[in-house]
Write a protein that binds this ligand. Structure first.
Ligand SMILES: [Zn+2]
Length: 81
């Protein structure tokens, strides 16, 4: 059973050096330098688990940004619109 290649591949993908929560946050917010981004993107190519987390963080970051934009627009003009 241990020689089952499917099982081996699954292990490699699931347990191989996941990007940390912090790294994924920095990546989603575009705060990483090119040298830092490369290994993260390389990992995302093979890891659906981390891809899912980045997609979730992307949505999260975008909703925070649009909330921040709405707030600063109100502050700048003094009224909504
Ligand atoms: Zn991963």
């Amino acid at each position: 059973m241990l020689k089952n290649p499917i099982y081996a591949v699954k292990c490699t993908v699931v347990f191989w050096n996941h990007a940390s929560e912090y790294a994924l946050e920095q990546y989603a917010m575009g705060k990483m330098s090119e040298g830092e981004v490369a290994p993260v993107e390389e990992h995302l190519l093979v890891c659906p688990h981390c891809c899912e987390r980045v997609a979730w963080l992307d949505d999260f970051v975008e909703s925070i940004r649009s909330a921040a934009r709405a707030t600063s627009r109100v502050a700048a003009t003094g009224h909504k619109g």
